[in-house]
Write a protein that binds this ligand. Sequence first.
Ligand code: PMV
Length: 320
Amino acid sequence: MENSSITVSAPGKIHLLGEHAVVYGKPALLAAIDLRVTVKLNPTTYIDPIVHMYVRNTIEAVVKKYLKITNIPPYGSEISSQLPIGCGLGSSAAVSAAYIAALLTFLNIKWDKPLVNDLTYEAEKVFHGNPSGGDNSTVVYGGLVWFRKQSHNRKLIQPLNSPIPAQLAKNFILINTGKPKETTKQMVEIVSSKFNPSTSLRARLQSAKFRKLFDDQEQLVKGLVTVLKEGDENKLIQIIRAGEKNLESMGVVSSYVASIIRKIEKAGGAAKICGGGGKTKATGILLCYHPNKAIIEKIAEGNSLPFFSVDLGVEGLRKE
Ligand code: PMV
């Protein structure tokens, strides 16, 4: 066992597009962002802040179960995060991935990204119920990730080779509308309750509507990949607007946030919720784009909401 402390970090993620539809086998495009979670394990100091005991217990249970380990020697752990929690930036996936990699290092178990990704997915199931696996894949592998859940245990995780062109990348900005009242798990359940063809005609019509929304998101995600390669700003704005409209039709965007997005659109930009969303008021982070970012900043200020810029497509899980 090593004497010195072990430090591992993982980035947060953002859904460029495809959330919710991804739960039903459609592709999503995600980007790792340059806000990181850092986990430090200390083999000689056994102090643990109470606040993350739930995380520690969950991760240890996953590692014990899947790697058939009976005993974990004592250690101390520290978690520090630059990510707002519960706002759609993948904080739970980033904490889990960094913690798992640090714990495996502490246990002298050789790990690679596929192993950490599989274990992080299991931890995400404990935290979120029925996750697609997109969040954990992005924080582990980093970069821009094309993700598709093909079946329960088959997932396509394809890194996009070229970065977002600089002339587009500089115009993205995030607004934090606050932590939603609803959890991602609840939002996923809301969509699944509507996309559930039962015998009544009304239910079948609603289900058909959702199928169409998911198909449409798939086409938009494919379009987004092309646009990000070619750098076409007008098409990018159109795709984000159309993707957001579909998310609103799925019922995952509150009217409060929809009204802010309308202001951004009216001013010539585009914005979308990222991740699970929310029904009551806050929906977490908004991904916004405008040829002149200052206009978005003004709208955020006018609504008393914090905003910030991030690098999209940064390095994934790494030992520090
Ligand atoms: O709210 P987040 O950041 O955990 O993102 C959830 C994305 C969903 O597509 C709604 C669910 C999933 O597991 O992919």
